[in-house]
Design a protein around this ligand. Structure first.
Ligand code: SF4
Length: 449
């Protein structure tokens, strides 16, 4: 017999248990198990007044934000609607059926105020990393570092060339003028275009696409289980990304007592100063391709064919002669080694060695011994394994953009980018814990009311 629903929605009293209506294998159940926000109130306490109207509960704010970042709900208005309507989201946010969900404008205001000042998002991120460590998901032996470009929330049309901004300040905003002055004062490179809406966003050439204003999200990932141990926002600029790798390594050592034995990265992290810092100061193996501009492609002798003698501080050339240091250090941190013009002029190898100059010279970085350490590592099995491990960061970036839908920021400024990247990385770590550590169980909790 065909059944018919009674449609009786006028009942006054219901016996309803929200807990029973959340499926046992719902992702939020796993996340809830590993999320401990008990210290959040203490962290935020100095930023709240003792008088006045009570604010939105900070734990509710963070739980709602985690729902948003875990399920790719990018709009705050939609997030508030979803939490209002979705039973699992309500349960996770510890809201009863009739509890009020914050209005989206109040939600935005709170999110940008005290939370940013107090560093609450970093506190939540680090609490989750510590939980990952306690659960045995962080080995601490190998870390991989990489950056991914995320578009800023600005229009390409609302921008100005720095030259125009300087000659006619009335066309620029005060923020742009101050930003350009700060870049000039610090000796940083000036971009070709500056956004009038968000000057800190960097004009950058995206791969296979037109230039955009963007920030970079920098991940430091433990390669055991792919847990993000640190994250940092920088302008989309190579030098800033490399600096951020150093600051992330310093921070995890100081705050989480984590120091890897090897660091895996691409060629961007293979410049001499970075390798010198890793090997000489931190004693970390650089599993990074050496950034080498000395390779010759015109058939002439490569510097690899010149042997360095550290005892005598000189190179020995294939012709059996010596190249000695001029003792002058260049601005790039290299020492120049020269062969004698007399030796080269009479050498049978001259046409293959230095056809266009009177004698051969070689620039040697002051960090060359660290570059040699990195070069020697490239022939090891551990290095080949590291190349595979590096893919774990790329997978996290793909997940961030495709599943969590963070391919364009919603908040402006570097501080806004930092907030978004911290929350997204927190969501990724929580999802990983929930998926790896919570056994799949049948849906026993979905009981009728
Ligand atoms: S040209 Fe000069 S540097 Fe080159 S192999 Fe001959 S002697 Fe050595």
């Amino acid at each position: 017999m065909m059944g018919q629903q009674a449609g009786n929605q006028e009942r006054l009293f219901y016996s309803f248990n929200l807990e029973e209506h959340v499926p046992a294998d719902h992702l939020l159940r796993g996340i809830n198990k590993f999320l401990d926000l008990s210290a959040l109130r203490r962290e935020l306490a100095p930023f709240y007044s003792h008088t006045g109207r009570p604010s939105i509960d900070p734990e509710l704010m963070v739980r709602m934000l985690i729902v948003g970042y875990c399920f790719g709900i990018r709009s705050e208005r939609r997030l508030c609607e979803e939490v209002y309507l979705n039973l699992a989201y309500r349960w996770f946010c510890r809201l009863g059926l009739e509890d009020e969900v914050p209005d989206h404008s109040t939600f935005s205001k709170n999110r940008h105020g005290r939370f940013r000042e107090s560093g609450a998002f970093r506190h939540v991120f680090e609490t989750v990393v510590q939980r990952c460590m306690a659960e045995g998901l962080v080995g601490g032996e190998g870390f991989a570092v990489d950056a991914s470009v995320i578009k800023a929330d600005v229009s390409r049309a609302r921008s100005i060339e720095p030259g125009i901004a300087k000659s006619d300040p009335s066309q620029a905003t005060q923020a742009v003028t101050e930003y350009l002055a700060a870049l000039e004062a610090s000796g940083s490179s000036i971009p070709a275009n500056v956004s009038l809406t968000d000057p800190e966003a960097r004009w950058t050439a995206a791969p296979a696409g037109p230039a955009v204003f963007a920030y970079s999200t920098n991940y430091l990932v433990d390669v055991d289980a792919g847990i993000i141990v640190d994250v940092e926002a920088t302008p989309a600029l190579r030098s800033a990304e490399v600096d951020s790798a150093r600051s992330m390594l310093e921070r995890v050592e100081e705050r989480l007592r984590l120091k890897p034995e090897r660091l895996i990265g691409d060629t961007a992290y293979g410049a001499a100063p970075m390798l010198g810092w890793l090997v000489e100061q931190k004693q970390i193996e650089p599993h990074v391709p050496v950034w080498d501009r000395s390779e010759r492609t015109d058939g002439t002798l490569n510097r690899g064919e010149f042997r360095f003698n550290a005892t005598d501080d000189r190179y020995e050339c294939p012709g059996g002669k010596h190249l000695t240091s001029t003792g002058r250090l260049t601005s790039e941190g290299t020492l120049l080694y020269r062969a004698s013009t007399t030796d080269c002029q009479s050498c049978v190898l001259k046409a293959r060695c230095c056809p266009n100059t009177p004698s051969r010279k070689i620039a040697r970085s002051i960090h060359e011994s660290s570059r040699d350490v990195a070069r020697a590592l490239t022939n090891t099995d551990a290095y080949r394994k590291s190349r595979k491990d590096r893919k774990k960061v790329e997978i996290l970036f793909a997940h961030l953009k495709r599943i969590l839908k963070l391919d364009r920021l919603r908040l402006r400024g570097k501080a806004g980018a930092e907030d978004e990247f911290l929350l997204a990385a927190t969501a990724q770590n929580l999802r990983r814990m929930a998926k790896w550590l919570v056994p799949r169980t049948p849906n026993v909790n979905l009981a009728p009311a």
